[in-house]
Design a protein around this ligand. Structure first.
Ligand SMILES: *[C@@H]1O[C@H](CO)[C@@H](O)[C@H](O)[C@H]1NC(C)=O
Ligand SMILES: *[C@@H]1O[C@H](CO)[C@@H](O)[C@H](O)[C@H]1NC(C)=O
Ligand SMILES: *[C@@H]1O[C@H](CO)[C@@H](O)[C@H](O)[C@H]1NC(C)=O
Ligand SMILES: *[C@@H]1O[C@H](CO)[C@@H](O)[C@H](O)[C@H]1NC(C)=O
Ligand SMILES: *[C@@H]1O[C@H](CO)[C@@H](O)[C@H](O)[C@H]1NC(C)=O
Ligand SMILES: *[C@@H]1O[C@H](CO)[C@@H](O)[C@H](O)[C@H]1NC(C)=O
Ligand SMILES: *[C@@H]1O[C@H](CO)[C@@H](O)[C@H](O)[C@H]1NC(C)=O
Length: 462
């Protein structure tokens, strides 16, 4: 090559680079949220939109990134997933748990959550799988045969393509977090990433995972759950004994006798409590229709859990369904650009009721992720009766991990925030007085937990 040719090829290379740069930059800019309706002024940047994960079926997953308040470039990327299966991370994680905004009572505006996790990290809320929230599929049969495997594969595809759209996040530390049925999604996605990384040119720098009130192992979870019901006086000695002697506890199919015992416990003995926080008042519809109940099924339970709108303000999900169905909100979020033929809901009952692909136990994945050297934290709000702390303790006990730091109370603002025990490869922590959605019920304690997790430090002893 002569000088001219060298120069020409350099210019050409430069053009290629800048085209590559600007196209992803443009895509990123197209996803920028200027401001959401009713949003207070904030200093951090936000982006949201769709990433196609399957071209043939036409599946696209919706995400919402809220960057860290200060110095986002130096902070990790934290993915948050909600469970259900079928529930939205926008509805729960973003709007009532760890996100920067809370919805006000009329669904007409937002206010700042002063315990938001974006004080410490960049938060990526992903609605997964397709059919959840704004995430959609053009092949309607997808809604009837989705399960754990497709969720993990599509979520990995999402992450890979999302990182292409946001190259500045490419070498960032990544953490996966979530709660409830995300006790399946988070470890399963971690396993997909670990496998992907073995052959990837640009591996994803996955550092750790953290799950709360996490569905973990069918048998130990179910056994731990009825034990919680009994030890928290929700059921009689007789029902407890009968459940133990009649039920198999291994899967969603149980004998008629067992199912009727579950039904008896819930209908005759529980009373009108919020199962997700047994000491909180349930939501009372202002229209006088009484208490809202929506049926949700955990795939390893024979009997559905009635999802009662829950929380300190027990009606928050209703505000979410008002707010996120507003056309101006959807426009600001770049959501529902293809006229999805049904309304946005906090949970998809269609997905939930057709969820047949479910792994019986996540414990083997923990073995794999521990071996891979990930930081693993499992926490539990101790007044949840749906995936209660006893379920988690029974499950974790069967990992047979040796104790590194024995059980001790941890503190937040001079109060016992909960208890913790550190095992070889895994940290367990309870959150005292928190229901199923820990960051909703105990926001300050949850933020402390998140801070200790990110720093890889044990929870404070005082
Ligand atoms: C928000 O920012 C806009 C534009 O910078 C400004 O006009 C407005 O007064 C601010 N509002 C508040 C409440 O700070
Ligand atoms: C789904 O179909 C709509 C309408 O044909 C189209 O605009 C959209 O791009 C499709 N989505 C995906 C992910 O292929
Ligand atoms: C909700 O927020 C909107 C916009 O900020 C505000 O106009 C409205 O008064 C708020 N409503 C309530 C009940 O707080
Ligand atoms: C529920 O709301 C109705 C109508 O607003 C009211 O009459 C009733 O007393 C409320 N019940 C409870 C338990 O708060
Ligand atoms: C999408 O928009 C259409 C109107 O264009 C609306 O009827 C539908 O409820 C919306 N669906 C979702 C999931 O937001
Ligand atoms: C999945 O399971 C549900 C409930 O057991 C059943 O009604 C549905 O037909 C099943 N779907 C498939 C695709 O097997
Ligand atoms: C834990 O140890 C018990 C008894 O030694 C064994 O049966 C079980 O398979 C072990 N669990 C795991 C997950 O390795």
């Amino acid at each position: 090559m002569n000088k001219g040719e060298i120069f020409a090829s350099m210019v050409f290379a430069f053009l290629l680079l800048s085209v590559g740069y600007s196209s992803s930059h443009e895509e990123e800019e197209a996803d920028r949220i200027t401001a959401l309706p009713g949003q207070p002024n904030v200093s951090f940047q936000q982006f949201s939109g769709y990433v196609t994960v399957d071209q043939v079926a036409g599946r696209a997953l919706f995400y919402w990134l809220t960057e860290a308040v200060q110095d986002p470039v130096s902070k990790p990327l934290v993915v948050w997933l909600n469970g259900g299966p079928g529930c939205s991370s926008v509805a729960y994680g973003a709007s009532e748990e760890i996100g920067p905004f809370r919805l006000n009572r009329s669904g007409s505006g937002l206010y700042i959550n002063k315990f938001s996790w974006n004080i410490l990290a960049n938060l990526l809320f992903l609605e997964t799988p397709a059919g959840v929230g704004f995430s959609y599929t053009n092949r309607s049969s997808d809604l009837l045969d989705t399960g754990d495997q497709r969720t993990a594969k599509d979520s990995l595809e999402f992450l890979i393509r999302w990182l292409d759209r946001f190259p500045r996040y490419k070498n960032r530390e990544v953490y996966l977090t979530g709660e409830s049925y995300a006790g399946h999604y988070v470890p399963q996605l971690a396993r997909e990433i670990i496998r992907y990384n073995t052959k990837a040119m640009h591996p994803i720098d996955l550092k750790g995972i953290m799950v709360g009130n996490a569905v973990t192992d069918n048998y130990y979870d179910n056994l731990g759950t009825v034990t919680y019901w009994w030890s928290h006086t929700m059921i009689s000695d007789r029902t407890y004994r009968q459940l133990l002697s009649t039920c198999d506890f291994h899967g969603q199919k149980e004998s008629k006798e067992c199912e009727s015992l579950y039904a008896y416990a819930m209908d005759q003995e529980f009373g009108n409590i919020d199962q997700y926080n047994i000491y909180a008042p349930p939501c009372n519809n202002s229209d006088g229709t009484g208490f809202t109940r929506r049926m949700l099924r955990l795939p390893h339970r024979p009997y559905p859990v009635f999802w009662q709108f829950s929380g300190y303000d027990p009606c928050t999900e209703k505000y979410a369904e008002v707010y996120y169905n507003r056309p101006d909100v959807q426009k600001a979020l770049h959501a529902n650009t293809t006229q999805i033929p049904y309304k946005w809901t906090a949970c998809s009952e269609t997905l939930n009721q057709n969820w047949n692909d479910t792994e019986a136990s996540i414990l083997p994945i923990y073995k794999e992720t521990i071996a891979a050297g990930l930081r693993i934290w499992v926490f539990s709000g101790d007044v949840d009766s749906v995936v209660p702390v006893t379920a988690t303790r029974f499950s974790l006990a069967h990992l047979n991990l040796s104790i590194e730091i024995p059980w001790y109370p941890w503190y937040v603002k001079k109060q016992v925030g909960g208890w913790t025990e550190v095992y070889e490869g895994l940290t367990f922590a309870t959150v005292r007085g928190a229901g199923h959605e820990v960051p909703l019920f105990k926001p300050r304690a949850a933020l402390q937990l998140f801070k200790s997790f990110l720093r890889g430090k044990n929870l404070p002893r005082s």
